[in-house]
Design a protein around this ligand. Sequence first.
Ligand code: GMT
Length: 386
Amino acid sequence: MKIGITCYPTYGGSGVVATELGKELAAKGHQVHFISYALPFRLDGFRENIFFHEVELPDYPLFEVDLYSLSLTSKMVDVVLYDELDVLHVHYAIPHTTSAWNAKQILNERGRDIKIITTLHGTDITLIGLDPTLLPLVRFSIEKSDGITAVSRHLREKTLTNFNLEREIEVIPNFVNTEHWKPVDSERLRERFAPNNEPILVHASNFRPVKRITDVVRIFAQVREKMPVKLVLVGDGPDRAEAEKLCRDIGFCDDVHFLGKQNGLVELFSAADLFVMPSQNESFGLSALEAMSCGLPVLSTSVGGLPELNLHGTTGYISEIGDTDRMARYAIELLSDKRRYMRFHQAARQRAETQFSARDIVPQYEAFYEQILEGDSSLSVPSLQS
Ligand code: GMT
């Protein structure tokens, strides 16, 4: 099959999922064409069957605001026609689904049909998609997609309610390549972060307010009052400075490692003991899954799709948003009980392998493409009133 994939190419879970999906599909013999404004950051090294089409923006003084969504449409039209795509799979509805719908209209005029599949990832539905400036367009685009997938049951329900829709939305959860994301020897790294073999808490994200980074620091502060422990923070973003200041104010900068953006996450996760995700909103929580696949139990909140991933009392613990006391208590309990910790460590890895492995999930996308191409999108599109 020839598949066009559009996603955000920079740091962010939707781009990661799209890129990993493209890599897996290419490895299975499909031809994959990425269409975006930059090379997706997880697209490392040369891979057969993968092509990249850069969307260039016109440089003209009259266009003070960026016309990306229109340039993307034009590029989609070209790639569909000249690379003979079977399907366009866009990740994150805004503006990708709308650009794809426009491309479909242009192609239809030329007698060429193309199926559009949208994967909804999170804030395209729960936050920015609800903004009055975008809502009618997002709703329309979702309705007009030939197929829609959501990364969790929670996100499917949110989409149907928030946009007052009645249509099939296939839940295809996010996945990891468990051959890559697995516990590896990382003694050297561990010694660097925790010279006296202290337990290590780790967090990785884009440090946006929704991730509640200062909660990570507060949880760490409470655990540190009871036991020697270290904190490793991976990533960067708007809330990093505040978290750094909090560490300085509390006075434990020596025990906290701010690493910024990193690529070697498998080694970092393998060196750590517990993944902390106190998010305010999370339709899935991909980085928690990557950590679980490396054997890390997860301390998370109960929001969004997190309870579909992290099983309370089995692969980690779940608490209410902002309940840092409880999260710290759970961390102390788990890190002080070696046998219980080992059970959680094994269960986390096992859940990633049995429920969320690329081996099992990628075929669900392939089957969905087939279903849409055969014309059975099980659509029940209501009239456009909201
Ligand atoms: O909505 C965002 O925060 C952006 C989005 C992204 O592109 O990184 O993240 C969402 O998609 C990820 C991949 O499916 C999910 O793992 C994240 O939970 C989700 N983020 C939120 O829902 C806040």
